[in-house]
Design a protein around this ligand. Sequence first.
Ligand code: ATP
Ligand code: MG
Length: 256
Amino acid sequence: MTANLEPTPATDPHSAGAAIGVEGAVRDVVVVDGLTKTFPGPPSVTALHPCRFTIRAGEYVAITGASGSGKTTLLSLLGLLDTPTGGSYLLDGVDVADLDDTTRSALRARRIGFVFQAFHLVGYRTVIDNIALGLLYQGTPTRERRVRARAAADQVGLGHRRHARCSTLSGGEKQRVAIARTLVRNPSLVLCDEPTGNLDTATTRQILNLLDQLHHTGLTIVVITHDPTIAAAAQRHLTITDGHLTEIRREHATTP
Ligand SMILES: Nc1ncnc2c1ncn2[C@@H]1O[C@H](COP(=O)(O)OP(=O)(O)OP(=O)(O)O)[C@@H](O)[C@H]1O
Ligand SMILES: [Mg+2]
C-alpha cells in the first residue's frame, strides 16, 4: 500500500502555528479507535484493551499507570514499533494498518521521535555528532545535518557544550542530547518512555521545563511515566489500569 509520507503543508511542528492546518482546522496527529494488543503467550496477555482517543497537533499528553499496566505497549503501538491485534490507528491522517514494513519504517523515521530512559548515545562522539545522527537515514547532506544539529543543540540549551564528548556529560545533559537528536528531524510526534527515570529530582525538573518549552513551540509530545510531577506538568493526563486506558479530566482542561 502506498501512503503519502510528506508532512502536511504549513504544519512545521516547530512553528507556533503547528496545530493549525491549511484550512484553519486543528490537525489530529493520532486518531486511535478500538486499538488493542494481546500477546499470544501462553498464557496470553491482553496488555491493551480496546481504547479510543485523539491527540491533536501541539498537545502534551502524559500517560501514567502501574508497572505492567500497558504503558510501553501503547507507546510501541503509537511509535509503530509493534502492530496491534485489533483496532485502527491514523498517524497524521495515514492509516498504518496495511502498510508494508518498508513504508511503515519510513513513516516512523519521518514522523516519530523517541526519547527513552536510557539515552542511547555514542559516548566517544561529540554532542553535535550525536544530534546529527538523528538525520543520518534521511539523506540530509552532511553540511545541512551539522547546521540543523547545531540549532537543535542551542534549542535544548547545550550550544556551549556542542563539541564535548557525550561520555563526559551529566545525565541531564545526555537526555538533552537525546531530545535534540529527536528534534532535529522535525517529528510530528515525540514519544517519551520514562524520560527522567534515570535522573535526580533537580535534573528531572530541568527536563520537564525543556519539554514544556518544546510544547509551547508547537511540538506534540506523549510522555509515559510513573512520575506524578510529569503528569501534573502535562496538558492532558491519560492513565492505564490493567490495560484499560482512561482520561483523567481536569477542571481547567482546555481539550474536550
Ligand atoms: N512481548 C511480550 N510478550 C508477552 N507479554 C508481554 C510482552 N510485552 C509486554 N507484555 C506484558 O504486557 C503487560 C504490559 O507490559 P508493558 O511493558 O506495556 O507495561 P508498562 O506499563 O510499560 O510497565 P513498566 O512501568 O514496568 O515499564 C505486562 O503484563 C507484560 O508482562
Ligand atoms: Mg514500560
